[in-house]
Write a protein that binds this ligand. Sequence first.
Ligand code: PLP
Length: 509
Amino acid sequence: VTIPGLCIGAASDVPVYRQIVDGIRAALLDGRLKPGERLPATRDLARQLGVNRNTVVAAYDALAAEGLVASHTGRGTFAVSPTDPTAGSDVPALLPGDAWLTSFSRAVEGPGVGGLLSVYRVAMSSDGISFAGSYPAAELMPVEPFRQALDAVLRRGGAEILSYGPTSGYLSLRDAIAEDMRRKGSRAAAEGILITNGSQQAVELVFRTLLDRGDPVVVEEPTYTGALSALSSLGARLVGVPVDEEGIRPDLLAVALARHRPRVLYVQPTFHNPTTRVMGEARRLEVLSLASRFGCALVEDDWASDLRLDGASLPTLHALDAGRRVIYLSTFSKKLMPGIRVGWVAAPPAVLERLIALKQIADHGSSPLLQAGLHEFLAGGGLDEHLRRVLPAYRERRDAMLDAMRRHFREGVAWTKPEGGLFVWVTLPPGIDSTDLSVAARDRQVLVSRGELFHFDGSGSDALRLTYASVRPAQIETGIAILGELVRERSAARAGASARRVDEAVPIL
Ligand SMILES: Cc1ncc(COP(=O)(O)O)c(C=O)c1O
């Protein structure tokens, strides 16, 4: 299979993957590629064009994000009709000369902007065993208790909660959140809290409030794709600081803060996504003291600390600092249900005021109905009961994954043993590429998140993030066995080429 007329200009300033995207889009426009037609396999197109296979994978991902192609596990990638869905007919939406349909603002064209959507699309695919999304278990959702909570609030306050609500959020819910934060040692009050549509919105609003295009921001390297995509979209200048077993390295953080003088430092002290690391209390105090010395805002993304499976809880940065320079974000998505899209941010008053203004512009406030339903559910003890049910299941799944890794992963594969959260971070042996592995795994109906998606500089090709929480133990066993097989095949192929071999699996503890 080929795409007639598709070629790459080696001397062009346009990145190669972009040239492939533009070339395929043009082929769809002028009919060289027809809707429904199969695109060449990534390996074949890479060979035809003389480029790296990962470049073609990235181009196909970008085309899928634009809705111009669709991938079906095991069958390949197909062209999709570029029609205007509002026209209700086959009228092509892309006409030659419609430049506005092919050139977009800098907010959506940056290299990392589509990263989050790529993760989400892979994670939402229901083909096969998915270790890809950082999702809680769908089959353990408290459907019936939440239905009863919604019923109760509708019966009691129907009209009010079906109207617009306060932009900062439903007061009783903010009260309940503040009370929980106080129980965990924070100084918090309802007035200092803004409810957001998931904490992804909190991430984006906080960055938009504090950063202008070109402003430096320090992040852990690697870090959460959603933060990277939001920062890329805002045009922030990203400065990455590596993590060790206890999260961000203070020695290198000090250097980065001194050299770049960022306005914002974004960290996840507990169950860091993707490396699962937890900052000890001494490290937390060190990070706080550095942020204070260099005068930058410290954004703490505490997305999963209630999903602790072993060990003792640690104080949040917000609690340690009494909320002075820490902007604290959290969410009900992982500990309860992502479908209600409720997260929050606790911030000093001057910041909160700006956040509320941007929240108003973004969406006029989160759904009062869902917030009231959530408050009712929490007031009836629903969250505690839910955690009592899911945490043992997550512990069992985590242990099943670690056990399967010990049996199926060899040849120098290393992995973390998370004390909580939803996934394990895996480091591959030298020379095994996570994109190549993830494409091969997808062909065998196993979906993973490849390491590059958590880096902004193209590194991370030696890592995978594998979610256990939303996968049943039997599927975990099957999926890890397949990944182990694929790693072994690649290691054996490299052995012939005198690859460095490590025979023992080395869990990073
Ligand atoms: C570190 C981190 N922060 C924020 C979020 C946003 O989640 P939500 O918008 O569902 O609250 C996620 C989701 O995966 C995450 O991993």
